[in-house]
Design a binder for this molecule. Structure first.
Ligand SMILES: Cc1cc2nc3c(=O)[nH]c(=O)nc-3n(C[C@H](O)[C@H](O)[C@H](O)COP(=O)(O)OP(=O)(O)OC[C@H]3O[C@@H](n4cnc5c(N)ncnc54)[C@H](O)[C@@H]3O)c2cc1C
Ligand code: FES
Length: 287
C-alpha cells in the first residue's frame, strides 16, 4: 500500500497528491511515470511524476479528473492509500548539455514539464518555460517553474492572466525575437503538442514530446500504447514516453485515444450513479 500523505485541490477536478513511495523516488529520473491502481477492482492508470522529494520519499502527482478512475482518485483523501504504484516506468529524458531549451507545458502538462525543466536547469542549460491554460484558475506550478527558469512566460486562452493566446504564440514570439533555441520539450494535450511540432518543424528546431496513449500493462507486452514514430511501431510505456515530435503520427494517436470512448462513458456513468456526492467537478475544500 502507498499512503497519500497530502492532497491539495488546485482547481475544479485537479488534485496534487503526495504519495509515500521511497523506493520509486530513489530510482526516479526526469521524464518517467508511474502506473497506479486504487484498489483490487481498479484499472491501472499512468501518471507522470511531477516531482520527487528525496528527504521524505514522496512522489508528487498531479491528477486531472477526466473519467472513472481519475474521478475516483479525486475522492481520496490525505491518509488514504493506493493499492499499487509501479515505477519508475519509461525512459528518462535525454538531457542536453549547455543548450538553450524551451519547456512548454499545457494544462496539467505543467507538472511533468516542471520536472524536466528542473533537470535541464540542474545540468546548466538555459531554460525558458512557457506554460499555458484555458484560464487563470487552471495555472499550476508557476512558483516552482519561476525558481528554475531563466524566463517564464505564462499564457491563457482568455487573457485572464499573462499573455492572451496559446503557448505556440509565445513560442513564435521568442523565435521571431531571435532567441536561438536548441531544443523544445512539450507536454500537454495532443493538439497542443502537435501545434508546437508544426511550428518548430518549419524552423528546424529539435522538439521532444511526451506522449499519453491509453496504457494497460506498462511493460511492452499488451500493445495498448502502440504509436508510430517515423514509420516504426513503438510502445510508449517502454520506448517512451518521449519521442521526436516531428516523427510522431498524431492522427493515429488521436484516433487510438478515442478507441474506448463508449466503454469509458458507461464506466464513468456507473461510477457517478454509485457515488453521487463524492464525484463531480466542484473544487473540494477541506481535503
Ligand atoms: C505516460 C502518461 C502520463 C500521464 N500523466 C498524467 C498526469 O500526470 N496526470 C493526469 O491527470 N493524467 C495523466 N495521464 C493521463 C491519464 O493516464 C488518463 O487521464 C487516465 O488514464 C484516464 O483514466 P480514467 O479512467 O479517469 O478516464 P477514462 O474513462 O479512461 O478516459 C476518459 C477520457 O480521457 C481520455 N483518456 C484516456 N486515457 C488517456 C490518456 N492516457 N491520456 C489522455 N487522455 C486519456 C479518454 O479518451 C476519454 O476521453 C498520463 C498518461 C500517460 C500515458
Ligand atoms: S501499456 Fe501495454 S505495451 Fe505499453
Amino acid at each position: 500500500m502507498f499512503k497519500i500523505t497530502s492532497k491539495e485541490t488546485l482547481s475544479a477536478g485537479v488534485h496534487l497528491f503526495k504519495v509515500k513511495a521511497a523506493e520509486i523516488v530513489k530510482k526516479h529520473k526526469a521524464g518517467q511515470f508511474v502506473i497506479l491502481r486504487l484498489h483490487e477492482k481498479g484499472e491501472r492508470i499512468p501518471i507522470s511524476v511531477a516531482d520527487v522529494d528525496h528527504d521524505t520519499g514522496e512522489l508528487l502527482l498531479l491528477v486531472q479528473e477526466v473519467g472513472k478512475t481519475s474521478e475516483e482518485m479525486g475522492t481520496l483523501r490525505e491518509g488514504d492509500s493506493l493499492l499499487d504504484v509501479v515505477g519508475p516506468l519509461g525512459q528518462p529524458t535525454q538531457l542536453p548539455d549547455n543548450a538553450t531549451t524551451v519547456c512548454i507545458g499545457g494544462g496539467i502538462g505543467m507538472a511533468p514539464i516542471h520536472c524536466i525543466a528542473k533537470a535541464l536547469h540542474k545540468m546548466g542549460n538555459k531554460v525558458i518555460s512557457i506554460v499555458g491554460s484555458r484560464t487563470k484558475e487552471l495555472l499550476t506550478f508557476q512558483e516552482e517553474l519561476k525558481a528554475i527558469s531563466d524566463e517564464l512566460i505564462i499564457t491563457t486562452d482568455d487573457g485572464s492572466f499573462g499573455r492572451k493566446g496559446f503557448v505556440t504564440d509565445a513560442l513564435l514570439a521568442l523565435i521571431e525575437k531571435g532567441e536561438k533555441i536548441d531544443e523544445v520539450f512539450a507536454i500537454g494535450p495532443v493538439p497542443m503538442m502537435r501545434a508546437v511540432c508544426r511550428l518548430t518543424q518549419g524552423y528546424g528546431i529539435r522538439t521532444t514530446v511526451s506522449l499519453n496513449p491509453i496504457m494497460v500493462d506498462g511493460t511492452g507486452m499488451c500493445g495498448a500504447c502502440r504509436v508510430t514514430i517515423g514509420g516504426e511501431t513503438k510502445f510508449v510505456c517502454v520506448d517512451g514516453p518521449e519521442f521526436d515530435g516531428h516523427k510522431v503520427d498524431f492522427d493515429e494517436l488521436t484516433k487510438r485515444l478515442k478507441m474506448y470512448i463508449d466503454q469509458e462513458r458507461i464506466s464513468r456513468e456507473k461510477f457517478v450513479s454509485e457515488h453521487p456526492v463524492t464525484c463531480g467537478c466542484e473544487v473540494k475544500s477541506g481535503t
